[in-house]
Design a protein around this ligand. Structure first.
Ligand SMILES: Nc1ncnc2c1ncn2[C@@H]1O[C@H](COP(=O)(O)OP(=O)(O)O)[C@@H](O)[C@H]1O
Ligand SMILES: [Mg+2]
Length: 203
């Protein structure tokens, strides 16, 4: 096992599942919480994330296959997605940047049309697999999502494009056009995202 990432909530390591390359994402214990409560919270979050990864897949969005959910250590074993994070490759001079952004818009449209929100939609939580966009890290997602949840997704993504990807800000327009053409309820979500931006906060 090799550590790939350690965030505030989870440890991600590479592993094998049967003979396949896999990722194990385990939620770290928080010692300030009562042990029993901590264990049930971490397990509930892992189960929720696994459920959303699966629901998103059923909605036609590329997500890692969930191989196993272990309630002993609140971990998910899932498919290892090979490819760079969108954050690290998205640039104006990248060949097919527009196609990639359209694919992000279409994936998000499919997700939202099924009433699923992602909750932490930044380009660090997207892996480019060929030209396909794979969404990961659904721990803050919801299903059924409220209109506010969906608006937050668009708001966070717009913010990521405008800051981290200022040189590609105009690509966001291609993303949104694609989103709107694949999601009949998209206009209302965009209006919500604008409202959230005006409020200056998103929770
Ligand atoms: N299925 C996967 N395939 C390949 N890399 C992954 C996978 N899941 C997570 N990672 C890597 O681990 C990092 C952290 O995982 P993530 O689910 O985003 O957890 P966190 O909640 O800590 O952000 C990701 O940014 C990515 O680099
Ligand atoms: Mg993440």
């Amino acid at each position: 096992m090799r550590t790939i990432a350690r965030g505030a909530e989870a440890l991600v390591s590479s592993a094998k599942f049967l003979d396949m390359d896999a990722i194990i994402k385990s939620r770290l214990p928080k010692s300030y919480r009562d042990a029993e409560l901590d264990s049930s919270l971490r397990n509930a979050r892992s189960r929720k994330e696994a459920r959303l990864l699966r629901e998103a897949r059923l909605a036609g969005v590329r997500t890692p296959y969930v191989y196993d959910v272990d309630t002993h250590d609140a971990s998910i074993t899932m498919e290892f997605i090979v490819g760079p994070k969108i954050r690290d490759v998205l640039a104006n001079d990248m060949p097919d940047a527009r196609v990639v952004c359209e694919n992000i818009g279409r994936a998000l449209a499919k997700l939202h049309s099924k009433g699923i929100s992602h909750g932490d939609l930044t380009t660090s939580n997207m892996i480019l697999e060929g030209e396909e966009v794979c969404l990961i890290d659904f721990s803050l997602g919801n299903m059924p999502a409220s209109e506010e949840d969906l608006g937050v997704d668009i708001h966070l993504l717009r913010r990521a494009f405008m800051s981290a990807h200022s040189e590609v800000a105009e690509l966001f327009d291609s993303l949104i056009s694609s989103y709107l053409s694949h999601n009949p309820g998209g206009k209302a979500v965009l209006a919500k995202a604008d409202e959230i931006q005006k409020r200056g906060r998103y929770t």
